[in-house]
Design a protein around this ligand. Sequence first.
Ligand code: F6R
Length: 260
Amino acid sequence: MEVIIQSSKQEACALGARWIARLLRQKPRAVLGLATGSTPVLLYKELIRLHREEGLDFSGVTTFNLDEYLGLAPEHPASYHHFMQENLFRHINIAPENTHIPDGQATDVPATCRAYEEKIQAAGGIDLQILGIGGDGHIGFNEPSSSLTSRTRIKSLTQRTRQDNAPFFEKPEDIPQHVITMGVGTIMDAREIVLLAFGQGKAAPISATVEGPITASVPASILQFHSKATLLLDEEAAGDLKRAEYYRWVHDNKPDWQKV
Ligand code: F6R
């Protein structure tokens, strides 16, 4: 697990975007795993800039999003379908048929989840998975106590996560109780993982993820088992890390061939 601490979320997102751009230049038909929420918004803005100003090409790219609220139509302003259209897809040259987000209106949820897993397999697996982290350590919508080997399935949100996401809904009772999310095992199958976390509210889950024990109580802690997981943090999210100085030193003293 590599921890990279940047002075601001702008810098962290610029680095994250360069990371993705490097992959797309090496592998134009790459498969990306994408996240929603407030964390990746700047990352997506930077990808849009790279597309417009430097010709970053998404025409061969396939994407799979982590999750979607159950019960929301794609055009609902709080749905993750809507989020992805507005924050990324409609601004880049990605083929709509290459973008995948779990179906929030699924009637046969288990079959929908199985089909999602099969589509990821058929695409050759995820090359690079982008993640945010919940205040309780969730990744995707795998809330604490989620099986660390889980696959795409229905989950019930905790009250805390529903409260965190309340600003996106008009009334508290509009916030869905259920979601479809990639499982922890699905996420761990990605060949590479980049988790972004910004702000003081993420300091506790980040320190538990990096320096705590691996536990289903902090689902992100399983990333300690991933051979290519990188955390891109701002100073505030890194605020509780005991070995922050070491992580900084490692990053500042990388050999040139390892730099992005
Ligand atoms: C979103 C997702 C979630 C968020 C997490 C953090 O697709 O899977 O795990 O990444 O809830 O949300 P923000 O970024 O809004 O703090």
